[in-house]
Design a protein around this ligand. Sequence first.
Ligand code: SAM
Ligand code: SF4
Length: 474
Amino acid sequence: MRAMAEMTLSDRATDFVNDDTLHYLLDTRRPDPVHVRELIAKSLSKQPLTVDETAVLLNASDPELTEQIFETARQLKRDVYGNRIVLFAPLYIGNDCVNDCAYCAFKRSNREVVRRSLDHSEIRAQVEALERKGHKRLILVFGEHPRYNADFIAECVRLVYEIRVGHGEIRRVNINAAPMDVAGFRTIKNSGIGTYQIFQETYHHGTYARLHPSSTRKGDYLYRLDGLSRAMEAGIDDVGIGALFGLYDWRFEVMGLVTHGLHLQHTYGVGPHTISFPRLRPAAGVALDSPWAVSDHDFKRAIAILRLAVPYTGMILTARESPAFRKEALGFGVSQIDAGSRIELGGYTEAGDTQCMEREQFELGDIRPLDQVMRELLLDGYLPSFCTSCYRLGRTGEHFMEFAIPGFIQRFCTPNALTTLMEYLVDYATPETRAAGEKAIAAEIAKMPDGKVKKQLMEAIGRIGKSDERDLYF
Ligand code: SAM
Ligand code: SF4
């Protein structure tokens, strides 16, 4: 497949994942409690861990050490991200697909799924429905098909940015789509995207080969692994990596993610902006009998260890998970979640209260409306945020890394979380959520030291409350 002209690799393409090395580290790195505590101290000083060190934590399974790892993850979340949780929604644009990934309802051999690609008016209707709920950040999701080429994706992005309803607008559009060549990524970058996300699915070569037929485009492990390197070469410096947990040993996948992050950091000077860790879900027409299902307990360990290994990388927990699991796992260092999500094509206007499996890629675990999720976050002491300021002010890639230091949150993130929350409360919230939100805003402002930032913030919040002024950011 790699012989195809459009499947050109990046200039510095290399398969940096060595299965034998990762297995060797997992087999040999013993979790000596003293060493584990040293690594915990290293994480708390916000230094990233090596792959070797990550293996030690992955082998630390006794309850006491596990609790210490969990507590460290909770503390890092508080220290690096504060209590903010950024909210977004997925928007599926089309589910035609030339691949045959064994776990996905969109695989080409699946006859049970209803195929559909949204046209411009249908995209408009979906985006308007999302804006009416209060969303400001979307991720557009595509199957892999010649129709969903770079020009098509760029056109969708531009369209989404243009759509306005009342005070509603989408201020950041991220992408989850098949990898392109460098020229394709450039086209997409020029449309003004935020993050480009590609999941490796499994970093284990043998499993990858088994689940992605070699006759399909996605069957080329290296082309996919190299995808975000090409994105970086095209100038996209906010990229998201991910692995689909449940295809292979979860500990190996954590090692793969850390390896990938370090590779991008060393090669391009910028690590990934986000890490996603979707967990395998039931899907229509999919009967995957994987021996690698990840229990809730091990999945929490995976999330916490990732938090320790990459203290400054955003972590995304999706609505694949149940409300109860999300509530607990949020504390382990998650910085972004989706809410009010529907993944049926056209789902934001057409779906009812239950999911229609034949129209979606997999079953979601949490389809609560955005307002309900917002209220629960507020009552649990989190600060929901729709902030999109950094990338709009050019604080991306390595610039973002420079800023992601103590002091940045107080100066920018918390004020932007509060102004975007205030917009939500005024324009979209139910009375109960508005009451919870106003209480949270007052409490956050009371915690801030007196000074210029606090004064400007209070003025901005007042203006949003009393006028049509919106999008006031720091
Ligand atoms: N088609 C593009 C690709 O494969 O890169 C875009 C991504 S796909 C629409 C989004 C992601 O959903 C995949 O990368 C995969 O990790 C995840 N996914 C697929 N089937 C799943 C399932 N049964 N349960 C949970 N996640 C799944
Ligand atoms: Fe297609 Fe992506 Fe599903 Fe694979 S995961 S079948 S590439 S939509």
